[in-house]
Ligand binder design. Structure first.
Ligand SMILES: [Zn+2]
Length: 218
């Protein structure tokens, strides 16, 4: 689920790794093993597909927001992810001498494969017990979700915990948590990824899911 973490802060600046076709292509190349792409498979993405990938990322984020906020997701988001996840059935397991791997129909595009895989992954997460430990990192300048594998884990990373404590001491009483309700920065919570300016100034934000990293308990 590093997919949704492709929108994140780097050095206090929001960065969208899918801002360009080249960016998406690079991301797919880095994660091709986890996507079930055969070694050496051609990775080709076109602009219209980039827009659809971003819509899917936005929809998954909407579902994750709904989980952590105990709210209902947008029906359109739920429908999109559910429908796209069904495309994963097109893959079959084959077993060449090099070992088992997924085999996709020859006509499927890289973007279709990516969307099918990430939507199927999102469905598995949201329908599993793991969704009960899904959290949104409340640290300033963090837009990530994480799975709290340790009791009391509050932040997605130790760096976020440290930053939040510094901010809390600098501004006593300041509310750091942002979400669907009570967001300290109107317009940030629920903002569409496609509309987000990757160079917005640092803000508290709603998050994305990334691979869980060791965090620190508050
Ligand atoms: Zn964080």
């Amino acid at each position: 689920m590093e997919f949704v973490s492709s929108w994140h802060y780097v050095g206090g600046v929001l960065v969208d790794e899918f801002r360009t076709v080249d960016g998406l292509t690079s991301w797919i190349s880095i994660h091709q093993d986890r996507l079930g792409l055969a070694p050496g498979a051609a990775i080709c993405v076109h602009s219209p597909e980039l827009a659809q990938v971003i819509r899917v990322r936005e929809a998954i984020r909407d579902l994750l927001d709904a989980i952590v906020d105990s709210a209902q997701p947008r029906p359109a988001a739920l429908r999109l992810i559910s429908e796209e996840s069904r495309q994963a059935h097109m893959a079959s397991l084959i077993w060449p001498p090099s070992g088992p791997q997924l085999h996709w129909p020859s006509g499927i595009s890289t973007a279709e494969l990516l969307i099918a895989q990430v939507c199927a992954s999102a469905v598995r997460l949201l329908s599993s017990p793991r969704c009960k430990i899904l959290r949104r990192c409340p640290a300033p300048r963090c837009v990530l979700f994480f799975t709290a594998l340790r009791p009391g884990q509050t932040w997605c990373s130790q760096a976020c915990g440290n930053r939040a404590r510094v901010a809390r001491h600098a501004a006593p009483g300041k509310v750091l948590r942002a979400g669907r309700s009570g967001a300290p920065h109107p317009g940030v919570a629920g903002r569409r990824l496609a509309d987000a300016d990757p160079h917005l100034p640092p803000v508290d934000g709603v998050g994305l899911l990334r691979k869980t990293v060791p965090g620190d308990a508050d």
